[in-house]
Design a protein. Structure first.
Length: 365
């Protein structure tokens, strides 16, 4: 395998609304150090990718308004490797833009596509896994997704059933996909878990650029069509104008719905490294290992707890003392200008914060 033909595309355009009030429209979660490790999500992702492909082969796709944040946090990234989306159109248009751009540079490009905000444990194993997946993709025209053995019926993840039933869950080899289900409800997720036949879809994909290009044309002509002429426009002085027109007309659709659920080329590679899509406060709580005997995750130097269990409390001021009495399954999030106290399950939080869309709260978004 020629590593010079291997590229990494980091998707970093999300608005991070489910991490409000820490994540805001002006600076969403991928540009924050949510876990307290000293590096932002996008910095951690870039460092992982730089262990796999040459640094000049790392592409970041982000919203136009976040371009300066990318430049600030990843100063080593070449300007031409920052692709700016004028409008948010979900993952399929994002991947289409990056794919066509790479094809103008290298028709033999092999690509790993990763979100910018995942937490990975055992990065050595992650690197080893991606390199093995690249080798498989080099030999086969497949669309590969990474599969994680689920630990709970989480409704924020997609689920993938591999051919081979329960035996597939213990496999160390890529397998064809039987079914894709994007973000089922709680009952369906529980059913999937009970069968012992479903993986979480990690949302990390590998493929040849040529292969995903063919599948976009076949299954998402409404996306492929608006990029018609990309081979003459991308990498030239008219690229910005071309992309503005393409994203103006492009539908909002994910790569999962648009391609992966329809293609006959979908394969899954079971992984053993620790993985978490830290997309919500509840998922952060599940990711935090340091909890007390009653399941509390309190990120503060000093804390006083009484009759409190399974609760998470975080303050932007780590020197602030946190004192809580009588809470169960709650979250307390304290920032400089906002304080949230709410049941920590995703649905309660999502329903609750929908109110910040009102004009009175515009400055807090």
């Amino acid at each position: 395998m020629n590593i010079q033909n291997c590229y990494c595309v980091i998707m970093a355009g999300g608005s991070g609304t489910r991490f409000w009030p820490v994540s805001r429209a002006a600076k969403p979660k991928q540009f924050l150090d949510i876990t307290g490790c000293g590096k932002t999500f996008i910095q951690q992702t870039y460092e992982r990718c730089s262990r796999i492909v040459p640094q000049e082969n790392i592409i970041v796709v982000t919203a136009q308004k976040y371009g300066d944040l990318v430049r600030e946090q990843l100063p080593q990234l070449n300007e031409e490797n920052i692709l700016l989306e004028p409008y948010a159109r979900n993952t399929a248009p994002c991947i289409a833009y990056a794919t066509y751009k790479l094809l103008t540079k290298n028709p033999d490009a092999h690509v790993v596509v990763t979100p910018s905000d995942h937490a990975i444990d055992n990065e050595d194993l992650f690197v080893e896994t991606i390199l093995k997946a690249f080798e498989y993709v080099e030999q086969n025209d497949v669309l590969m997704t990474l599969g994680v053995v689920p630990t709970r019926p989480d409704t924020n993840y997609g689920y993938v059933q591999a051919c081979g039933g329960k035996a597939a869950m213990n496999s160390n080899e890529p397998m064809p996909v039987k079914t894709f289900t994007e973000k089922p409800d709680k009952d369906m997720a529980s059913l999937f878990i009970s069968t012992g036949e479903f993986f979480w879809n990690a949302g990390i994909f590998l493929w040849k650029a040529k292969t995903i290009c063919e599948e976009l044309k076949k299954h998402l002509p409404e996306v492929d069509g608006v990029f018609n002429g990309w081979d003459k426009a991308l990498g030239t002085k008219i690229e910005k104008e071309f992309i503005l027109r393409a994203f103006t007309d492009c539908p909002n659709i994910s790569i999962d719905y648009g391609v992966m659920e329809k293609t006959s080329r979908a394969w899954i590679y079971p992984v053993k490294f620790g993985w978490s899509d830290i997309g919500t406060w509840e998922s952060l709580y599940n990711h935090i290992e340091e909890k007390d005997i009653r399941g509390n995750a309190i990120m503060a130097e000093k804390r006083l707890l009484e009759d409190t269990s399974n609760t998470m409390a975080i303050s932007s001021n780590r020197n602030k003392m946190i004192a809580i009495k009588g809470l169960e399954n709650f979250m307390v999030i304290d920032t400089e200008d906002a304080l949230v106290i709410c049941p920590k399950d995703d649905k309660s939080f999502k329903d609750f914060i929908s109110g910040i869309a009102m004009p009175d709260y515009e400055k807090y978004r």
